[in-house]
Design a protein. Structure first.
Length: 314
């Protein structure tokens, strides 16, 4: 591959209009901001420098990542901190072609430390409002519950209140977790779900009901769900006609934002531009946007595709 075509491939992945559906806002805390907020709030970090933090980002599994992730969260204390964190994500996302983002936030991690729920939500919400007006990124918020709490009841109450449910399943855990998420928690979307391919009947159900999977390739490699990107099953999932999307999960920790994930996957798995377009199309279809908003974004995507193919012909 020549330098020009690698550059063009990166440019295509970045400019492709897309939605991001699996992003933990706390996981977008870059080491530089971690230090800045630690200084601002007088929090002592267990790291000497930004480089020291980056060196710690080699994980053996999910738990080793969570240990560092929770340590990082300790610098988030005030409303402005949550604003700054969310705004930094949105500006990066805008540069990566994100037009719509559905963002997880981990309220318990903060309320457990004595930070008020309102502080967290107001900061994030204010940044999302600015994202709408200044960056033209629409957005939604997804409240996270930690796995050790009683799930079924919480999900039931959330659905009763008219909220839409999603769940992380089928990443490190087996396909049975995905069945459980569908049948017990009655989720509308599966986060990760890559291990569904181990169960043919499950794949059949996910395809038939077009239940979206929010796949995070760089996260999967960092947390050793796959040894490397070349062995990732993203292309296989697409070939099964699953409604698969590409996302960044915890980009500050896993080495890339959403377009970086797309570009790295495209390079490792030799994804065509049509397949990348399909992934972008899926991201809007799988979102919780209204049908009208979905249509508008899909039209924008069609215009982009038409322009892109014109460019390759000329
Ligand atoms: Zn996640």
């Amino acid at each position: 591959m020549t330098h020009t075509s690698a550059g063009e491939a990166a440019d295509f992945a970045r400019k492709l209009p897309k939605a991001e559906l699996h992003l933990h806002v706390e996981g977008s805390l870059e080491p530089e901001m971690m230090f800045e907020l630690a200084r601002r709030n007088g929090v002592t970090l267990p790291y000497a420098s930004v480089e020291d933090v980056r060196r710690a980002y080699v994980f053996s599994d999910l738990q080793s990542f969570l240990d560092i992730y929770y340590a990082g969260c300790r610098v988030l204390m005030k409303e402005q901190d949550f604003y700054d964190l969310t705004w930094a994500y949105l500006t990066r996302a805008a540069a990566q072609g994100v037009r719509h983002a559905e963002i997880f936030f981990d309220a318990q991690t903060h309320t457990d430390r004595g930070v008020a729920f309102e502080t967290v939500v107001s900061g994030i919400y204010r940044a999302l409002e600015d994202g709408r007006t200044r960056l033209s990124i629409t957005s939604g918020l997804i409240l996270c519950f930690l796995r050790h709490l009683k799930f079924k009841d919480v999900y039931h109450r959330a659905r009763e209140a008219g909220l839409l449910a999603v769940a992380h399943a089928g990443e490190e855990g087996p396909p049975e977790y995905v069945w459980e998420a569908l049948d017990v928690l009655k989720v509308r979307r599966i986060d990760h779900g890559v291990r569904c391919v181990e169960d043919e009947r499950l794949v059949g159900r996910l395809v038939e009901e077009q239940i979206p999977l929010t796949v995070c390739p760089l996260s999967n490699v960092k947390l050793r769900v796959f040894p490397n990107l070349k062995s990732h099953n993203l292309k296989q999932l697409l070939d099964c006609s699953l409604l698969v999307t590409v996302n960044s999960d915890d980009p500050a920790y896993f080495g890339g934002y959403v377009a970086d994930n797309l570009q790295a996957s495209a390079a490792a798995l030799d994804l065509s531009r049509e397949q990348q377009l399909q992934l972008a199309r899926n991201s809007f279809v799988a979102s919780f946007l209204s049908d009208e908003s979905k249509r508008a974004y899909l039209q924008e995507l069609d215009r982009f595709a038409a322009q892109a193919s014109l460019k390759t012909i000329s």
